[in-house]
Design a protein around this ligand. Sequence first.
Ligand SMILES: C[S@@+](CC[C@H](N)C(=O)[O-])C[C@H]1O[C@@H](n2cnc3c(N)ncnc32)[C@H](O)[C@@H]1O
Length: 287
Amino acid sequence: MDQVETTEAVRGHYDRIGGQECSRLTHDVAGRVSLEVHRRFLRRFVRPGSRVLEIGAGPGRFTLELAALDCRLVVTDLSAVQLDLNAAQLAGTAAETRVERRELLDVCDTSRYDDHEFDAVVAFGGPLSYTFEQVDDSLRGLLRIVAPDGAVVASVMSLLGTWRHSLPAVIALAQTVGEDANDAVLRTGDLRHVVSEGDGHVCQMFRHADVAAIVDRAGGLLLDSSASNWASLSDAEALATLEADPDRWGRFLDHEIAACAQPGARDGGTHILFAARPTEVGRVRGR
Ligand SMILES: C[S@@+](CC[C@H](N)C(=O)[O-])C[C@H]1O[C@@H](n2cnc3c(N)ncnc32)[C@H](O)[C@@H]1O
């Protein structure tokens, strides 16, 4: 699949699954922890009242978070279905008054925006994981449109954490597609080695070291990074007991979020979050 076919397959996937996306971060305990990890990370790098470009906004879980921070928002997505869902979820709420406009946008092409136009650019839940060979250029484009003291805040799919978390499914898939194809995924993070054309959910997974290298090549400074999740990817029953007790749950979340930020844990979750800012050198090179 070339990039054009891949983008069409991804768009088709998100158009088809539509409203299933609404419960991605609420339907199980790991999702709820992931929401909290992302929420707290976002609040560290997006100042209240900022003007923000949200990329791959989907049904709007983080649109709501950004609106709660009193940000002014340009809300975008590759999928018209997801963008419509976003509008429907916010309709009639105070959050909707924070939305300047919604538009279709492929993260690979942000040329319509001015240099440093936004205080922050947010791309949570993997838009950059769908850019494959264009990931450096895509991130370079995001660093161009963010203010010199602003931040690009994103999360991408994690290769090593997903492998560990989904090991039984990976072993079963390797038996179907062959061990050579499985080796290629573990070497490159590129799911196109095992997902057939038309199936749709192809994506690029990354090691933390890959993320750091991409930020550097794109002319950015890595401000911080984190896994999502760590301990909360284990026994769901044990976690349910904790979650039922607000005091223990609050303590667990604090420990979990601190653990996710440890250098030794950053490859261990299903996603890797990062914040980056354009370097002076990157700004000059981008021109
Ligand atoms: C897993 S959802 C995440 C939605 C939301 N940001 C969240 O974290 O809950 C990924 C979103 O990225 C969008 N997306 C995928 N590829 C994209 C691309 N190339 N450019 C912009 N958005 C993209 C999808 O349509 C989908 O809405």
